[in-house]
Design a protein around this ligand. Structure first.
Ligand SMILES: Nc1ncnc2c1ncn2[C@@H]1O[C@H](COP(=O)(O)OP(=O)(O)OP(=O)(O)O)[C@@H](O)[C@H]1O
Length: 685
């Protein structure tokens, strides 16, 4: 059905299609002149007291009500123009592939249930068709000329067939529903697992790509459910098609003009359904970044970690206003789209009613002019009624397939994207240990970064050495450590273990040989014991090994003071769960690394949260551990660095100085300055 507005929006969202602020001349990204107006308050979205509505209007909860520009979406929240590209034709062309993918997913998830649903539904559809044809037989028998008993006798076989088909339809329908009840959760489960498997397989730097994160959120929000729905609706479509073919067959036999009229009656409804689905999907695409920010802020408002700072900085009203703004943007957009959907459905229904009237009118005209017998007319009326019902169900199923197809396309798109970003297929296995690691001309940039975080770095690590990386904030230490740990792959240069490029090894096998103490260790919501044992989760180590690692990391003492000692759950979200201080979490992280027992230990500011005694103890143990191993140390505490065998000084991603402490002090460069500055601070303290 032609639709001026629809044609206009097929390639680009029309002005009234976009959220208020998205419509900038620069294709979604406001230019510098457009930005201030589009972004509302000069404070970058946060309404200060002066910026709040001048008329002092407030919402039901006493918070300010937003109007106009305050609800503008900043450029970084506006999602891509992808919404505009999901034209009907484009989607229709993608559907066969999507259906095949969804079908494969279902088949792999539960082949028996998939086959059962398919078989039962199709047989139920066939029973339906038989029922319909027998009704025609019944009507034909009853309305023919002759005495009543004879007419009843003529109708009886068809009547029996009708009853039998009805019963079979019910039984088969129930069995299909049971099989479907088993299949849908399995498909959803398989889709969810696929999502997680692919998410955890991508290159670490992919996590810094906002486009990928967008795709992840879209896939995660509706994808798994869409997979199940798609399979379901495809089967519904086939079932109803069988019914339609039966109705169409009957109608064609009765009078050839009735069939095209029947199809005409269903077209407007189908058009309205598809258009409505597309409007909904495009709304979701437009709002994805708004929702993401809302979830992030809502999380911050409700999380234990941010609760103290939120109060200390009296951030409550600022954050609430921000969330309220985002919710208002989303709600306004949802209301606007829902109005358009209702209008579309109304137009579809009205046109459908006209077309249905036309069909029945033609039938009456055929009867009136004697071109059709009354018995045939009765059967035709019945077949038209059923046919329209089937066509509407087909339109509904097609709409569902279209709608779920859009979401499943998001899911599939994310899977394809993640597969392309997956780490390379396992190559050779990294050797169990090494005599030396060398970095030659290593350069690495984060996605979309203007400058490399690590630039043309040469570095040598020999077994048993402790080397230190120092430099100002942002000089590239952590990134270099991540490259050494095999977490990132350099865009240029090579990381070599005993002369062999690690790019040729299975990345997992490289990481198996590395233990890392991260700057901000993850607070795993597991027991204290598990928090250490996951350092090598497949190691069959007993309690003694866990405790030895805890002692080495200086965690044993405080763990023994917890309510359930090593079995204490380290999360306040669980009964009897405990929370730890930053320093205690860090000690657990160090213990975890000791437990991992790897030839290369990388410590990224392992003592930042530790008190002086704990720091001294940890360094003492690190030196002991370095026997036969290699330790890379990143720290801002220069006193801890001076014992290192070699020190690399980084500046803007490049190594600018290297050597032992005395050598670097004598050179009087950056290192000497940093060391002297810190030493003098201690002396003057
Ligand atoms: N995930 C990331 N995505 C994009 N850029 C990043 C990311 N992590 C770090 N950077 C950038 O890379 C550069 C080096 O950061 P890196 O964390 O390696 O420095 P650092 O020397 O460890 O700093 P610090 O002493 O503060 O820990 C910085 O400019 C930083 O902004």
């Amino acid at each position: 059905m032609p639709d001026a507005d629809d044609t206009k929006t097929a390639d680009a969202p029309s002005a009234d299609d976009r959220p208020a602020a998205e419509g900038s001349a620069s294709g979604g990204r406001p230019t510098s002149e457009e930005r201030p107006a589009a972004e509302g308050p000069a404070s970058g979205g946060r309404p200060t007291s002066e910026e709040r509505p001048a008329d002092g209007r407030t919402g039901a909860d006493g918070e300010p009500e937003f109007t106009g520009d305050e609800l503008a979406v900043p450029y970084w929240l506006a999602s891509s123009d992808e919404a505009a590209n999901t034209s009907f034709l484009r989607m229709a062309l993608r559907l066969p592939r999507l259906l095949r993918e969804a079908w494969l997913l279902a088949w792999r998830a539960d082949p028996r249930a998939t086959a059962a649903v398919m078989l039962l539904q199709i047989t139920a559809g066939a029973a339906d068709a038989v029922g319909m044809i027998s009704v025609v037989g019944v009507l034909d028998g009853l309305l023919r000329e002759g005495p009543t008993p004879e007419r009843v006798r003529a109708a009886l076989p068809s009547l029996l067939l009708l009853v039998g088909a009805g019963a079979a339809r019910s039984v088969l329908g129930s069995a299909a529903a049971a099989a479907n009840g088993r299949l849908t959760p399995r498909v959803t489960q398989a889709a969810e697992m696929r999502l997680l498997v692919l998410t955890t397989r991508v290159d670490l730097s992919t996590f810094d790509d906002p486009a990928w994160r967008d795709a992840l959120q879209r896939a995660d929000a509706r994808g798994p459910n869409a997979a199940g729905q798609l399979v379901n609706q495809a089967i519904q479509l086939i079932t109803n098609l069988i019914g339609l073919v039966a109705a169409a067959g009957v109608l064609t036999v009765l009078h050839p003009v009735l069939l095209p009229l029947l199809v005409l009656a269903a077209v407007p409804v189908g058009w309205a359904a598809v258009r409505s689905a597309r409007l909904g999907h495009r709304r979701d695409l437009r709002l994805i970044a708004v929702w993401r920010r809302k979830y992030m802020l809502a999380d911050l408002l409700a999380s234990r970690e941010s609760a103290p700072e939120l109060r200390a900085f009296t951030l409550r009203s600022f954050l609430l206003a921000e969330v309220r703004k985002l919710l208002t943007i989303a709600a306004d957009e949802e209301i606007r789209v829902s109005h358009r959907q209702v209008r579309t459905t109304l137009v579809g229904a009205a046109l459908g009613a006209v077309a249905t009237g036309l069909t029945y009118g033609t039938l009456l005209w055929l009867l009136w002019t004697g071109r059709m017998e009354l018995a045939v007319g009765g059967a035709a009326a019945y077949a038209i009624n059923l046919g329209i019902g089937k066509l509407r169900q087909i339109a509904l199923a097609a709409m569902q397939i279209f709608e779920q197809g859009l979401y499943f396309a998001d899911f599939q798109g994310f899977c394809d994207l993640s597969q392309a970003r997956a780490e390379p297929e396992p190559g050779g296995v990294a050797p169990p240990s090494f005599a030396g690691i060398e970095l030659r001309g290593v350069t690495f940039s984060y996605p979309d970064a203007e400058r490399p975080a690590v630039r043309d770095v040469d570095l040598t690590l020999r077994r048993g050495e402790v080397i230190a990386l120092v430099g100002e904030n942002g000089s590239g230490k952590s990134t270099l450590a991540a490259l050494l740990a095999g977490l990132y792959r350099p865009q240029a240069g090579r990381v070599m273990w005993d002369g062999a490029d690690v790019a040729g090894f299975d990345p997992e096998s490289v990481r198996e040989r590395v233990a890392v103490v991260m700057q901000e260790p993850t607070r795993w919501p597991f027991s204290a014991r598990e928090n250490i044992a996951i350092g090598r989760h497949d190691r069959a180590g007993g309690e003694a090994e866990v405790q030895a690692a805890a002692r080495a990391g200086d965690a044993h003492e405080f763990v023994m003071e917890l309510a359930r000692r090593y079995e204490t759950m380290l999360s306040r979200h669980f009964i009897d769960g405990a929370d730890l201080s930053g320093g205690q979490w860090q000690r657990l992280a160090v213990s975890r690394a000791f437990y991992r027992d790897a030839p290369l230990l990388i410590c990224d500011e392992p003592t930042a949260n530790l008190d002086a005694r704990a720091e001294h103890d940890v360094y003492q143990r690190l030196r002991e551990l370095a026997e036969g191993r290699t330790v890379v140390l990143i720290t801002h505490r220069m006193a801890s660095v001076r014992e290192a065998d070699r020190i690399y000084v980084l500046d803007h991603g490049a190594v600018v100085e290297q050597g032992g402490h005395d050598e670097l002090m004598a050179a009087g460069g950056i290192y000497a300055q940093m060391f002297t500055l810190q030493a003098s601070a201690y002396q003057s303290a």
